[in-house]
Design a protein around this ligand. Sequence first.
Ligand SMILES: *Cc1c(COP(=O)(O)O)cnc(C)c1O
Length: 430
Amino acid sequence: MNTSTSQQLFEKAQNYIPGGVNSPVRAFRAVGGNPIFIKSAKGPYIYDEDGNEYIELINSWGPMILGHAHELIQKAVSDAIQHSFSFGAPTRREVEIAELIVSMVPSIEKVRMVNSGTEATMSAIRVARGYTGRDKIIKFEGCYHGHGDSFLIAAGSGAVTFGTPDSPGVTKGVANDTLTAPYNDLEAVQQLVDANKGQIAALILEPVVGNMGCVLPKEGFLEGLRRICDEEGIVLILDEVMTGFRLSKGGAQERFGITPDLTTLGKIIGGGMPVGAYGGKAEIMNYVSPAGPVYQAGTLSGNPIAMAAGYTMLTYLNEHPEVYTQLENAGNKLANGFRASMEKLGLNYTLNQIGSMYTLFFTPDAVTDFPSAKSSDLPLFGKYFHAMLNRGIYMGPSQFEAMFLSIALTDAHLERIIAANEEALIEITA
Ligand SMILES: *Cc1c(COP(=O)(O)O)cnc(C)c1O
């Protein structure tokens, strides 16, 4: 595989951009080698600057759920740009997308649009603090909620990939207000709550984790958290930036039948444009300025081009429930294929999968939390990653990431991925 153009670009990039990338995981440091620079993508395929073609399993970390450059979204964006790019004033489309989100996610009664998932989670905990008059929050080890100061404590995704789950630059005061518990451990949460009576504003989590790799909630975990939050007057925030509009039309909360007080959204909601949102109970959201005293604003929030892409994406998902059936089938087919290969090869790695998200962990142990995710053989993952890349499969370059399927993947693509996986496993365990 020739990647000389990518290599040249990366060398130049490092002169001008910290680490050569605008978001850390892209740099390939966890798997070795240089990142490939992307030129274009269409449907299930992505193309690099050297003309190599890959099957997409990152899909911009989720937003490309319909495949790349979907015609409807292309048209919506090109229609929108005829009317200028930003007004900094209210528009019809913002009302329409808010109404649509409220109809698709029943726990959301009011919603505020922002520009990223990071902004959504930062704003959600500020509102929760304003609403409860309390300072502390609880998050889970290995969950990632964007790069807001309060969340860079035992953080997942790139933060753990690069060994900085607790980032320098976060003040002790902020860090002290973030309490952490192991994922799937209700008892630990209860102990934290008991030890900090009346001080906890919010509990935030990924209802299905994507950011320590794919980790599912144990039976009763989400319900237990809901109960604890109800008993203690804690705002339950489900961070559905990844899972929203992916694990079902109404996200993980619909799939698991759990009603949060607030929800944070991103990724799919913008159809590939930079968008996030937070919303929930009207009683809480009415604390947000100018309805209430908690300040949160954005010059480009509700940007008309982004809203056109997002509205078209959500409308499509809302009107096409078969998307979710197709994604379930694709995820299950892939998982069955991977498991069959491992059985054939006598390998016992752990595959976590739900719907169109999965991670193959290079450990024989069940992965249910951060320590078990970290017990994976990371050098082996690095070899696997490159073995897949060499076979034309574009995956997240870290063990601590989930892969995201799109409906552009046909059975033939899925079979190619299954075959590549089997060959890669043979190669790396030889
Ligand atoms: C990606 C992600 C974020 C951060 O969103 P950005 O748009 O990257 O700021 C927050 N929470 C979760 C669960 C995510 O997956």
